[in-house]
Design a protein around this ligand. Sequence first.
Ligand SMILES: [Zn+2]
Length: 394
Amino acid sequence: MRSNIKLGKISGIEIGLHYSWFIIAALIVFSLGEHFRQVDRNWSPSEIWIVALFTAVLFFVTLLLHELAHSLVAQAHGLKVKAITLFALGGISQIEDDASDAKTEFWVAIAGPIASLIIGFGCIAMAAALGWHPSAEPRTAPTAVLVWLGYINVVLGLFNLIPGFPLDGGRVFRAIVWAITKNADRSTRIAARVGQLVAFLFILAGLRSFFGGAGFNGLWTAFIGWFLMDAATSSYSQVDVAAAFRGRRVSEVMSRDCAIVDRGLSLQEFVDTYVLKTGQRCFAVEDHGHFVGLITLRDVGAIPRDRWESTTVREAMRPLEELHIITPDTQVLDALKIMTSNDVNQLPVVANGALQGIVSRSHLIQLLQARSELQHPPAHYAPLHRMKQRGATP
Ligand SMILES: [Zn+2]
């Protein structure tokens, strides 16, 4: 999730909005408008919309405070935080490093829900101080805003404590399992399985209430369930990736047979003699034996076909200055992180100014597949194996 609109920095953390956030902002403003119309029928339409808009902005601030709580606790424990992005389903704190111990993970995860609960109960207490009584509808604009913000933040805090990894509650649960088992990978696998179960229950409950006549709310619950299922499933497979490559260096997994292209070649010559004959997707560009850039099919595709004769490889390639370079000693997991955070599929491995090889996402996936086929033979071998065992025992 990348932010489309950057709002500024807090404590070195980039704060941004994803476009999908505006859909939710609009929905919130409209449903608040409806809500405030019912609170006091004497309000004029413009009063209602101004209060609704103001409340939506305050809601945005409380969401941001929830994410800041995660991020600032992470920073206090020495973890690097890159950005906070608010999107349709809430916020995401992009914490670059993984917590190295269960205690850190626990406090980073629980800080957000604690912040939401404090804000929520704080707003309700303020509304009460301004004369609102829990048994009645709020009468004034300030109490109506405070009561709405109070309830939504309490709900947000409690919802996030549901132990469905990767929700905050799931991370808290993972930290506890981690502290008990002393095994980070195993705790993620257990938390991700529980997360899939929770997500499945969300989808089930959502569909049930949709067919029971709840309409949009039912679909919304099912949609959140589907989103959680996706996230839990991908965290499960991330553990396999981490387990497979932990401690391994780029020099062990890079491909060294990278084709080298001269920078003076025209794109047409390059496509005819290299791309169509080798089927490779990425090529190193050299100038008098020096590595100067990479050219991929994506770069070629960005140039209109009728200009391939007149454009050189040098003009279409990604020059060295724009590439994220790693060395043979870089950890494979760090290389994967660099690829993900910069949205590239390959990284050149350079030592002493010379290209040593290329690490690509597709190559790493092939290595993973080979590894998992060796570890878990295809399922149809199992019955044969059992039969043999049965035959052997008298
Ligand atoms: Zn959170």
